[in-house]
Design a protein. Structure first.
Length: 754
């Protein structure tokens, strides 16, 4: 396959005449070009070549009348490809050449200026939505060659008054501009621009789902006895339709008060869009069908009888004048989007048998308060999204799931009572609301991503011990939240969980938290202190280039941080820009300090790096302008060439202990000095600490050649400290090992000088 983009009048490399020298030859080529190029020589087409045939993929030429060429580069044009002219605004007419076999899906979709199209007698297929939304097209003729017309091929053509099928077509026919199959047993399309009343011919068995859909000019329709099947949504969006009449002897359908029902009148299929005022669902109806009252914008009141069990998807969608609804106790299901877009709907009373509220069921309505009964088990995704006036919601104790975005973007929602059975609060469930306080029941296990994000008025939240998972950015931007406690069962703090909670001054982390995600507390400008429990093993990365902040980035009020003993890595930008940080305690298992982890901590004067650290990444302490001492307890860690670990920390001296290795006169371009301790210390991390093959031991560090006595005792309460060993600190350190430690139930050690 070869795809080419160039003006159709541009010759291929095979016909270029770069080597022609005579004027006569040049004139001959010019005459040949004038004879073979199409009329629209300036038009540009994008096309593909396959098996010696051309498929038009796109058009970039001028508007007006467009003639599609029959050949390009000597090859025949046989297909108008999918989306080839989709949405092209400029042209008013198009001529499709003889030889084209197919018009692809959405080929002319949305060509609003198109008023004339010529379809040749070679075309066999017109695919789905090929001319959909060609709003200015007044008529179209289907040639004899067409054997297949796809779904909604002429949908939305609101000016189309007639579809004419040539008489010899073997697959289709037309009567009075209406498109049928050949035997006129299936009504395929009543033209979108055709107006007034219509009686469907006797003998029609089936009405396609797109037959009248979206026709804004149809006022009345009569369905004959012969019709046995009406596809879903056949009369959807017929804004001027006032009456649907079904002949009395039809065995499958009936009509009551101008509305379409099934024969036994248990399902309301379609209420005409022009129905106004009050409408009573006929007695005996058990199901209000999907989109049954869609766009009935003049209805102000609907009476739902006690026989109704199921309210289908989109049943009352965009009934914009409907003000109140009482749903009886018989109803068990409210479908997806059932009342969505009912902008005037301020009051809904739910019966006590409703089990589920479908996705988007009451979204974009005028509701001000809502009570969900105990019978309801599930609140669907988007169920109440964009209810701008909703202020108060009571969720019954039967609800176990609050769906994703269920109440998101309800800016007036200030109070919600969450039932005791809720186990999951979905992603963005209360995003952007005005909640001031939230108490979660003891059944909640999961709080989804962004569940309470941008709840700027939220001052207090109670998270029960049952919660094990809190999602990404769950409380992002809760600018009034002052404190929070993470329960002990939560294992991971999602990225951005409390990001930009600018009033958060106190946070207590549970003792099972193992990971703190990127940006978890970034921008918490009131946070003054943080204690990271010993359960935490990882503090997540930030990434400047991806716009991801570090875990505590720009916590400008943070003065001290204590990092537990289980943390092995401090992530990139973890404390970047914590300008008030004066004290940080690193646990004895930290092996790596990430890129920019403490960059621009301008108040940090000193830092102690434990023995466990083996790697400092790029610009770890850059911009720490107050830093005067970096105290390393172990050997010199690895740094990348040019890492700039202490860039713009011009006054820092790097101190190291006697007996440690890898040090020289400078480290990361900063001067080094021996760290003179006032007393001997036990290095409680590194390879020398703990149980080894000879017993329990540790490394002692102090002045070179000093003598240190190790004493032992069974408990702090005991006064019986017994000398175990005297160690001479050659080169400032000495390894102590106690081979008899297993002979003692408890044994404590201390250092004394002789």
């Amino acid at each position: 396959m070869k795809t080419t983009v160039r003006p159709t009048g541009t010759p291929s490399s095979k016909t270029r005449a770069a080597d022609l020298s005579s004027a006569g030859a040049a004139r001959f080529l010019l005459m040949l070009a004038l004879m073979t190029l199409p009329a629209a020589v300036q038009a540009q087409f994008t096309y593909t070549t396959e098996n010696g045939q051309i498929t038009i993929l796109g058009y970039g030429g001028p508007g007006g009348a467009v003639d599609i060429p029959s050949t390009i580069d000597g090859l025949p044009v046989t297909q108008i490809g999918q989306n080839a002219f989709n949405g092209y605004p400029g042209f008013t007419s198009v001529t499709i050449p003889s030889g084209v076999l197919g018009i692809g899906k959405a080929a002319f979709y949305g060509c609003h200026s198109l008023t004339n199209v010529s379809i040749p007698n070679s075309v066999t297929r017109i695919e789905d939505v090929a001319f959909d939304d060609c709003t200015s097209l007044p008529e179209v003729t289907i040639p004899n060659s067409v054997t297949s017309i796809g779904y909604a091929a002429f949908y939305g053509c609101h000016s189309l008054s007639a579809i004419t099928v040539e008489a010899s077509n073997a697959s289709y026919s037309s009567v009075d501009g209406v498109l049928f199959d050949k035997n006129q047993m299936t009504l395929i399309q009543w033209p979108g621009g055709k107006a007034g009343s219509y009686t469907i011919p006797s003998g029609v068995l089936r009405i396609d789902g797109n037959a009248f859909n979206g026709n804004t000019n149809l006022t009345n329709v009569t369905i004959p006895n012969s019709v046995a099947r009406i596809e879903d949504f056949a009369f959807l969006g017929c804004a001027s339709l006032s009456v649907i009449t079904v002949e009395a002897l039809n065995a499958f359908y009936s009509s009551v008060d101008g509305a379409l029902l099934n024969k036994d009148q248990t399902t309301l299929i379609q209420c005409p869009a022009q129905k106004s005022g009050s409408f009573a669902i006929p007695n005996g109806v058990t199901t209000i069908g999907s989109a049954a009252l869609y766009d009935c914008t003049r209805l102000t009141n609907v009476i739902i009888g006690n026989s109704v069990i199921d309210i289908g998807a989109d049943a009352f969608l965009r009934c914009s004048s409907l003000t109140s609804v009482t749903i009886p106790n018989s109803v068990t299901t409210i479908g997806v989007g059932a009342f969505s877009g009912c902008a005037s709907l301020t009051s809904v009373t739910l019966g006590d048998s409703v089990i589920s509220i479908g996705d988007g069921a009451f979204s974009v309505t005028g509701l001000t308060n809502f009570k969900i009964p105990n019978s309801v088990v599930s609140i669907g995704d988007y169920a109440f999204q964009y209810c701008a006036g909703l202020t108060n919601v009571a969720i019954g104790n039967g609800v176990t799931r609050i769906g994703d975005e269920a109440f998101s973007d309800c800016p007036s929602l200030a109070y919600v009572a969450i039932g005791t059975s809720v186990t999951r609060i979905g992603n963005r469930a209360f995003y952007g609301t005005s909640l001031t306080s939230v108490t979660l029941g003891n059944s909640v296990i999961e709080i989804g991503d962004e569940a309470f994000s941008n709840c700027a008025s939220l001052t207090d939240v109670t998270i029960p011990n049952s919660v094990v998972s809190i999602g990404v950015a769950a409380f992002f931007g809760c600018t009034s939240l002052a404190s929070a406690t993470i329960p002990n069962n939560v294992i991971s703090l999602g990225s951005g969980m409390f990001r930009n909670c600018t009033s958060l001054s106190s946070i207590i982390l549970g003792n099972r938290v193992s990971a703190i995600g990127s940006g978890t507390f970034a921008g918490c400008t009131s946070l003054t202190t943080i204690t990271i429990p010993n359960s935490v093993t990882n503090i997540g990365n930030g990434n400047f280039f991806e716009g991801t902040p570090g875990a505590f980035e720009t916590c400008i009020s943070l003065t001290n941080a204590s990092i537990g003993i289980s943390v092995t890595r401090i992530g990139d930008r973890a404390f970047y820009g914590c300008t008030s940080l004066t004290s940080v305690t690193l646990g004895n298992n930290v092996a790596e300090i990430g890129n920019q982890a403490f960059s621009n901590c301008t108040s940090l004067a000193s830092v102690t790096i434990p023995t466990s650290v083996i790697s400092l990444r790029y610009v770890t302490f850059s911009g720490c302008s107050s830093l005067t001492g970096a105290y390393f307890q172990g050997n010199a860690p690895n740094i990348d060439d040019g890492s700039g670990a202490f860039d713009d920390a011009d006054h820092v001296t790097v101190y190291y202990l006697p007996g440690t290795t890898g040090w020289s006169g400078t480290f990361a371009d900063r001067p080094t000095a021996l760290w003179s301790l006032p007393y001997p210390v036990i290095l409680s991390s590194g390879p020398g600490f703990g149980v080894n093959s000879n017993g329990f031991g540790f490394l002692i560090s102090w002045a070179t050649n000093a003598a240190v006595v190790v004493e032992a005792s069974p408990s702090l309460a005991s006064l019986g400290w017994t000398p175990v060993s005297t160690n001479t600190l050659t080169a400032g350190s000495s390894q102590f090992t106690d081979p008899e430690w297993t002979n003692h139930l408890n044994r404590l050690y201390r250092l004394v000088t002789p």
